[in-house]
Design a protein around this ligand. Structure first.
Ligand code: ADP
Ligand code: MG
Length: 381
């Protein structure tokens, strides 16, 4: 086996793995902060993956190592796993063992070695890639026969209840379920989805990721406050979640809310509509028309939801000024990555313009790469 994860496995454990699996990071074309409002999202998988080389163990013990973690082997006992008991990066894969066992699946111990090229903390879901790689490896090592959505929900359970991060299902569903050349239109209420063709090269377009490399501290507390604000708004409006308010009812619903909750409602309701509009445009074969939808989404996140920051705002404005068809920040906010829709012939010019604008503003250099819609989690060796 000639994957880097198999090499890392051999270096750590002195032997060959039973197999190697990969799970991707993701972009989200549109649909931000809608997942915990039971709304719509439209992710696509990146070519960037987390790989795991894995081998079963018969003694119920777990060994974990990651080149992107602390570089040391973490040793655990499967029957000793409990939420909060595993510190650091190892909690993500350990949480997947725990979630499988909690759900009654006959999973045993294993040795795992991870390698990854998914940027971490950039809003590209490296945590879900790590979890979903673990989930598919254990599923196949132990012949559990799970389907991709089931693995995704177990991975989400690991992150929510074992690691302690209250994320929605977007990241794990994307990493598990995406198909190359497509975006995955997911209803986060019913957890059902369908693949939507996103073959941009065929029409001379590209999606460009601009990872600002910044993550402002505000993020964690702000996420909880926004989530609580949305739940409060839903309660005041007498609906289960903000997903239940359509654009036609928006003005009347705003009247019923205190001033501070109105912008949250506006963002969530208009963002759900932007996902539906985007899917309609892609189904109709009009991907160029996505540009203004992306830029409108950014304005909503900046002005109503207020989760943007100077770096993401600058990346969006510089990309658009250099001829991008549209751009928006992705992920939770306060840093992370921007997604731009660009004529392939203008990719270099847009990248150059963003780099120049960052340098002129005194910001650190961004990481810029095209996002080609790629496969979800799968076995590679
Ligand atoms: P994102 O998922 O957007 O990249 P998160 O904060 O959710 O950001 O997850 C990042 C964390 O996930 C890292 O700080 C690290 O603990 C863990 N992580 C992700 N990928 C790896 C990896 N390949 N090896 C070790 N830890 C990883
Ligand atoms: Mg994450």
């Amino acid at each position: 086996m000639t994957t880097d994860a198999a090499d890392a496995f051999a270096a750590a454990y002195g032997d060959a793995p039973d197999g190697v699996w990969a799970a991707p990071g993701r972009i989200n074309v549109i649909g931000e902060h809608t997942d915990y409002n039971e709304g719509f999202v439209l992710p696509a998988a990146l070519p960037h993956t987390t790989r795991v080389a894995a081998r079963r163990r018969a003694d119920g013990r777990i060994r974990l190592i990651s080149a992107q973690g602390d570089g040391k082997v973490t040793e655990l006992a499967l029957d000793g796993l409990a939420p909060g008991a595993v510190p650091g990066w190892a909690a993500y894969p350990a949480g997947v063992f725990w979630a499988l066992a909690q759900a009654g699946h006959p999973v045993g111990g294993a040795d795992l070695a991870f390698t990854s090229d998914v940027p971490t903390g950039a809003g590209l879901s490296s945590s879900a890639a790590l979890e979903c790689a673990t989930a598919i490896a254990l599923d196949e090592l132990y012949g559990l026969g799970l389907d991709a959505p089931t693995r995704a929900l177990l991975a989400q359970r690991a992150e929510n209840d074992f690691v302690g991060v209250p994320c929605g299902a977007l990241d794990q569903m994307a990493s598990s379920c995406c198909v190359a050349g497509h975006a995955f239109f997911l209803d986060t209420r019913t957890l059902t989805g369908r693949q939507v063709p996103l073959d941009l090269p065929a029409v001379g377009l590209s999606l460009l990721v601009i990872d600002t490399r910044v993550k402002h501290d505000l993020g964690d507390g702000a996420y909880a406050a926004l989530r609580a604000g949305c739940e409060r708004a839903a309660e005041l409006l007498g609906v289960r979640a903000l997903r239940d308010i359509g654009v036609a009812e928006l003005a009347a619903a705003e009247e019923k809310l205190p001033a501070e909750l109105r912008p949250l409602l506006r963002h969530v309701v208009t963002e759900d509509q932007r996902v539906l509009d985007t899917v309609r445009l892609l189904d109709a074969g009009e991907p160029r028309a996505l540009g203004p939808v992306l830029t409108a989404g950014h304005a909503s996140l900046r002005d109503d939801y207020r989760v943007s920051c100077p770096e993401t705002d600058l990346a969006v404005s510089a990309a658009n000024a250099a001829g991008a068809l549209g751009a928006r920040m992705m992920g939770g906010g306060f840093g992370g990555s921007v997604l731009a829709l660009v004529d392939t012939g203008r990719l270099a010019a847009v990248e150059q313009a963003v780099r120049a604008a960052f340098a002129a503003a005194g910001f650190g250099a961004p990481l810029v790469f095209p996002a080609v819609p790629s496969p979800g989690a799968h076995r590679i060796a």
